[in-house]
Ligand binder design. Sequence first.
Ligand code: NAP
Length: 455
Amino acid sequence: MFDLYELIYVAAIVFFVIGLHRMGHPKTALSGIIWAGWAMAAAIIVSFTIPGISNVPLILTGIAIGGAIGWIAATRVAMVSMPQMVAIYNGMGGGAAAAIAAIELLGGSASVYLQLALGGAIIGSVSLTGSTVAFLKLQGWMKQTPVTFPLQQPFNILILAASAYFGLAYLFPQIPSGLAFSPIYPFFILSLVFGILMTLPIGGADMPVVISMLNALTGLAVAFDGFSTSNFAMVVAGMLVGAAGTILTVAMARAMNRSIFSVLFGAFGKTDEHDLNEARIARAIEAEDVGIMMAYAGSIIIAPGFGMAAAQAQFRVKELLDILQSRNLQVRFAIHPVAGRMPGHMNVLLAEAGIPYELMVDMDEINRELPNTDVVLVVGANDVVNPAARRTDSPLHGMPILDVDKARNVIVIKRGAGKGFAGIDNDLFYSQNTRMLYGDASEVIAALIQSLKKL
Ligand code: NAP
């Protein structure tokens, strides 16, 4: 016979899977989060009926404090700060997994899976400190540029190997540790230190990929803990997080044309490419002229990027869409999978402003239409529209891009000569059919709307 809590765990797992599936599309993503949220709430509540549970007031206090902080932080966070919030929440998950493993290890649990608790401890600790460094870098409380030193990778591997050695020495007393105290202490300290060392050489803008990978690791740590505590809901939920995090990590790296290896060890953003375009001149245009150009265009495509997120210009973009549509102009949005700083960033922002999903067209599909488009308005996108990606000598070589340079006219909104995340110059800005509309995206689009209203 199953216990009640086990049956509810099974139901929760089914809900997790349905929730994850629904998160796969922007239209159903919110309901997917709600499904998974209810499943998690049910799994937590029913855990109180597990035979032998103790310290209930302490657990309730922890839930109240953590829940309140999480609720307040999540309702207040700005959309552009979402990656660092995910980072710190993930770090907390890793820390919780490491703490559970520590209790199993220190409590002398008779579990036959104690070696897996060791795995949960090491991975959870790495995830805790790694995610904390990611949070500090993204929040701007730590230098975003990669921190490197000679023989860094061999040194890091040595730290990880030493941590694993002390962990095994703790589990198997026949392995000598050479210490006068328990090897469990250096095991945890070195695991935590490794998380910091692993994240230091990674540049701020690569962080979303790293956070996704750390998220997968947290899932794995939770699954290991599930084995050592014989809690199958933790095993399945941990594996779901691990699998989803891994798929997302691979998808993001692929869309940036980077290998996971180069993200982790490449110290991307450390050095700038030789500036090929120094001698070339980008030509500016005024909002009034862009207004006229758009008013008489047959087809318009808007390509948003990180700058739209930074300027919170999505609401202005919606106003612009409304005025263009009121003139019977065809307008669509070109969505690059890694535009912005997190997967789906542009879809989320545009949807927040009330722009229908039907107008958001994926890269492959819109690329077929760009050569027949009259005007492309690039709103704070840079790397994802850089034709340099087609040159074999460019660091961006091979990254799939939006082919906006193939449109008849390209207007690029950005504040000045700032580079994109990759830190390289953009061939598009110097192209014959490109004009630069300089200024903060929100302000410039407001001016554009005014000019259209006057026509
Ligand atoms: P980007 O290459 O980072 O360029 C953003 C541009 O926006 C900058 O050139 C900047 O130029 C401009 N900008 C900044 N603030 C602005 C404002 N207030 N108003 C107007 N313009 C502003 O952006 P992207 O084209 O979206 O490319 C994303 C990059 O991030 C890719 O290289 C991608 O690989 C990487 N990445 C993405 C993810 C993801 O999941 N989405 C994850 C990790 C890394 P000015 O300073 O001159 O204004």
